[in-house]
Design a protein around this ligand. Structure first.
Ligand SMILES: [Zn+2]
Length: 313
């Protein structure tokens, strides 16, 4: 199925961009979206409303390159597009960024767009894929959850999902509707899209952008926290059905969760600096001797899920 998808994606995207901007998309994905906008117009429309646009020309150039995988559409059939930038280094690592998995965390959209802009204007060492809006219906309705009222960051098919996800939701969140994991693991099209992105892109490292807890939360090999003044380094733990548990504890792909403040930083400097932090963390993965006390990447004490903490991301 994935081989098939890999074949389809370039055909689909070249078709879209050959037609852009005058001709409406007529592909299956776009037809289902019932829109006359091209994918690049959808990108511009979806992302231009977030505060803090740096350079309109660069932003539009990035939007002209977005693509969509066949499975990537929301409950309401909105395309979940992504932006790719190839790294220039021979041992480049693959970094996947998801922002707006929670639809009401608006600054995360500014950060996803910023990364597209930044990558469009530089030649990065590592290979990046940015999915700036993983939950477009949540953005539309200004909800954390998707259109089916499910928290996508509790809907990943972790091994403990069946046994624990709903139980944890009832017991530890007092059935908070903002954190409902769904009736079934990976029941949601947005979760499926994220899983397909992971399978297609094969990331070495994932960045997930959220608000408003004001921390950098790292699920990965134990490392000496990198210097980063804008947000403190703090482990918030993972949950049944969360991306961090699914990717790090079950697949050993580190996940850096950036929990922004409610407001964006006054300048883009902390975001540029964060890109350096990510580059540093990614380089540790290929150089395990750099991890503290000579521990190997997977030999740390984080090899089993930590108990779920009180803070909810
Ligand atoms: Zn969130």
């Amino acid at each position: 199925m994935m081989t098939e998808m890999l074949l389809i994606v370039p055909i689909l995207s070249s078709f879209i961009f050959a037609a852009e901007p005058a001709t409406p998309i007529t592909s299956t994905v776009a037809a289902a979206q019932a829109s006359t906008l091209s994918l690049s117009e959808i990108c511009r429309k979806d992302l231009s409303g977030f505060p803090g646009l740096v350079d309109k020309k660069v932003f539009e150039a990035a939007c002209a390159k977005v693509e969509v995988m066949p499975s990537c559409q929301s409950v309401e059939k909105h395309p979940i597009f992504h932006y790719d930038k190839k790294g220039n280094h021979k041992s480049n690592q693959r970094i996947l960024v998801f922002s707006l998995i929670h639809g009401d965390e608006t600054p995360a959209g500014s950060v996803g767009r910023f990364w597209m802009e930044r990558l469009e204007s530089i030649s990065p060492r590592n290979t990046w894929r940015v999915v700036p809006v993983l939950n477009p219906d949540g953005v539309k309705f200004k909800t954390r959850t998707n259109a089916n009222k499910i928290d996508l960051n509790r809907n990943f098919p972790t091994k403990d999902w069946e046994a624990d996800a709903v139980k944890y939701w009832k017991r530890d969140t007092k059935s908070n509707p903002r954190r409902f994991p769904g009736e079934k693991a990976a029941s949601e099209p947005e979760t499926q899209c994220a899983l397909d992105q992971i399978q297609d892109f094969k990331p070495d490292f994932i960045v997930s952008v959220h608000t408003p807890l004001k921390v950098l939360d790292y699920d990965g090999p134990k490392v000496k926290p990198p210097k980063y003044d804008y947000l403190p380094w703090k482990n918030l733990g993972t949950f049944p059905g969360s991306l961090g548990r699914y990717m790090w504890f079950e697949r050993k792909v580190p996940v850096l969760t950036m929990e922004l403040k409610e407001d964006l930083p006054a300048s883009t400097q902390p975001l540029v600096q964060l890109q350096d932090v990510i580059g540093f963390l990614v380089s540790l993965d290929i150089n395990p001797q750099k991890t503290i006390e000579g521990k190997s990447d997977t030999g740390s004490d984080q090899s089993a899920p930590a108990p779920s903490p009180a803070i909810k991301k």
